[in-house]
Write a new protein. Structure first.
Length: 262
């Protein structure tokens, strides 16, 4: 049998624990797991890896990578958000005179760690002032949970942190119930395959943490095979993206080539 007849899952190095679990689940389904462009070109290809490498390779591999809109978190209703959040620019955020939690909207930027900054002057000075950032009121989460969502339903989930420290555990029933409230209110404004993080605040209330791309998310204690279902929908051939998901396709970006991409 020609291996190239099988669909390919491109797992971009370096491989994380989640990448290994996703790759194993894909092999069990008959996918060919690859890490080099020449192994994936000209075939049905799916992606699990970082956004910088994806920006280099998605056009070449014909990928349609789904991601939430940059302003999604800022549009969530206050009862589900439990804090103020706004999408702005790094230039504006540098004028802050009080502590705030600042992060990129989705794609992780190494020079801009998601963190509480004492004031705007503490933000990195080397980044483009036009860089989009989410600025949030500071709150403390007692526990945080990741939900892998497919067609508005939770396909898999896990606790991933307690008081900000990694602590994977099975998904709590209350977290699933709150996620149902969130998805009832927001699923139409999200891709059909997405990660939604929710958390329990120190005052006992529940709040949305953020939404992210499944193809660059740790699964923690979630079932890898169910996580794979979400990854395959979120990071597959562009020609298979449903009309309702086209607005969520990550735009083509020009990036320098990364040696790890292969």
């Amino acid at each position: 049998m020609d291996d190239r007849a099988a669909p390919a899952l491109f797992v971009n190095p370096p491989r994380t624990t989640t990448a290994e679990l996703i790759a194993q689940a894909a092999v069990w389904r008959g996918h060919d797991v690859v890490a080099h462009v020449k192994q994936a070109e000209g075939r049905e290809t799916y992606w699990y890896g970082g956004p910088l490498a994806a920006d280099v390779l998605s056009g070449r591999l014909g990928l349609g990578l789904l991601e939430p809109a940059d302003d999604w978190l800022a549009t969530v209703e206050q009862p589900l958000l439990r804090r103020t959040v706004r999408l702005t620019t790094l230039a504006e955020a540098r004028s802050l005179r009080e502590p705030a939690f600042v992060k990129p909207p989705s794609a992780k930027l190494d020079p801009l760690p998601a963190a509480v900054y004492a004031e705007g002057s503490a933000l990195p000075a080397t980044l483009d002032p036009a860089t989009a950032v989410l600025v949030s009121e500071v709150v403390e989460f007692a526990a945080e949970y990741r939900l892998f969502v497919l067609d508005g339903e939770v396909a898999a989930g896990s606790r991933y942190a307690v008081y900000g420290h990694p602590d994977p555990a099975p998904l709590h029933a209350r977290a699933r119930g709150f996620a149902r409230e969130v998805l009832d209110a927001t699923a139409d404004a999200l891709p059909s395959a997405v990660c939604v993080d929710v958390g329990r605040l120190t005052d006992g209330g529940w709040a949305v943490v953020e939404a992210n791309m499944p193809w660059f998310a740790h699964c923690y204690a979630a079932e890898p095979d169910r996580v794979l279902d979400v990854v395959l929908r979120a990071a597959g051939p562009l020609g298979r993206v449903a009309d309702r998901d086209l607005p969520f396709v990550r735009p083509t970006r020009t990036r320098p080539k990364e040696p790890a991409a292969g």
